[in-house]
Design a protein around this ligand. Structure first.
Ligand SMILES: [Zn+2]
Ligand SMILES: [Zn+2]
Length: 315
């Protein structure tokens, strides 16, 4: 499924099987989970994709030459030499390349990848169960770590990422307070099934002040809403790659050492740590599957919030 330009539907096209260059492997794609970042690319909100492009960066598949089950995440390559790479922050690498954005991704039958950035899939997960772990799970986990030792955590937006991170948070003894679109009862019930202690609309006041909040929805106004609901010294973590503008707000909401921070990309170490947790804590996901040629329907269903949980393209 090829993207030729922003705001155009993906096109089903026959292309040659990609040829791995030196140091790369050919991967047969079994499943590719849909991420909100895919929407931001298709909608032109992320402005530097390679074109034409095969999107998709939560790839679960098999290395053709070895038969190994692997996952291919968003971080596809780094230079390993810049200031960020050499200080344990390869997620910020100046020259990083990203799967399904600057490298062809997984809305396809085959992809090539640098195996140094791939991860062995945890045993016991089918391909379509493992695929959502690779961004929603993994970058959500990085956001959870940025919340420090917060015990009560608000999740603003309860979709693919939140359903997985809520299970990790609960296993760590934390309490998750889920905020959905106002009046979205099905999303609130879904959150309660997925380990939330409380669920309500984004305009609701939680029953307790929160130690931290993670913003999964791409809505800048939620940053201000979350600041109102956190304790002194609390942090608001923005987990997405793009969001609408954050409205101005009175300094007193930030005062008393509250902070706002973003989370960008992932390191290979995040992947190793998170997939190790996924091995120990069986993460259950609610999924809606789409055939590869229905990828445009998957994207519009995500845009309009037609399903709860995660959309997965199965090949
Ligand atoms: Zn670098
Ligand atoms: Zn993603």
């Amino acid at each position: 499924m090829i993207l030729r330009g922003a705001r155009q539907p993906l096109q089903l096209v026959n292309v040659p099987t990609p040829q791995p260059k030196k140091g790369e492997v050919l991967i047969r794609v079994e499943a590719c989970a849909v991420c909100r970042t895919d929407l931001h690319i298709v909608d032109g909100e992320l402005t530097d994709p390679k074109l034409p492009l095969i999107i998709g960066h939560q790839i679960a598949g098999v290395i053709e030459s070895s038969g190994e089950r692997v996952g291919v995440p968003w971080l596809g390559w780094t230079d390993e030499t810049c200031h960020y790479c050499t200080t344990g922050r390869e997620n910020l690498c100046d020259r990083a390349r990203f799967t399904g954005y600057t490298i062809d991704g997984g809305y396809a039958e085959y992809c090539v990848a640098d195996p140094r950035y791939c991860h062995p899939l945890p045993d016991g997960y089918a391909f379509e169960e493992a695929a959502p772990l690779l961004c929603g799970g993994l970058i959500g986990f990085r956001a959870l770590r940025m919340a420090g030792d917060a015990r009560r955590i608000g999740f603003y937006g309860f979709g693919s990422s939140a359903q997985m991170v809520a299970q990790v948070a609960a296993a760590e003894g934390r309490e998750v307070y889920a905020f959905t679109r106002d009046g979205d009862k099905s999303a609130q019930e879904f959150a309660m099934r997925m380990c939330a202690k409380w669920a309500g609309g984004s305009g609701d006041t939680p029953p307790e002040k929160l130690d931290a909040a993670i913003i999964f929805a791409p809505v800048g106004a939620l940053v201000v809403t979350a600041l109102r609901n956190i304790v002194k010294g609390g942090v608001v973590v923005c987990a997405g790659i793009h969001m609408s503008d954050i409205p101005s707000f009175p300094y007193e909401l930030l005062w008393e050492e509250r902070s706002i921070r973003s989370v960008a990309n992932l390191t290979r170490r995040d992947g190793q740590e998170f997939l190790e947790i996924a091995r120990k804590t069986r993460i259950v996901t609610q999924r809606t599957t789409f055939a590869l040629e229905k990828a445009n329907e998957a994207l519009s269903a995500l845009r309009s919030g037609e399903f709860v949980g995660t959309a997965v393209i199965t090949i």
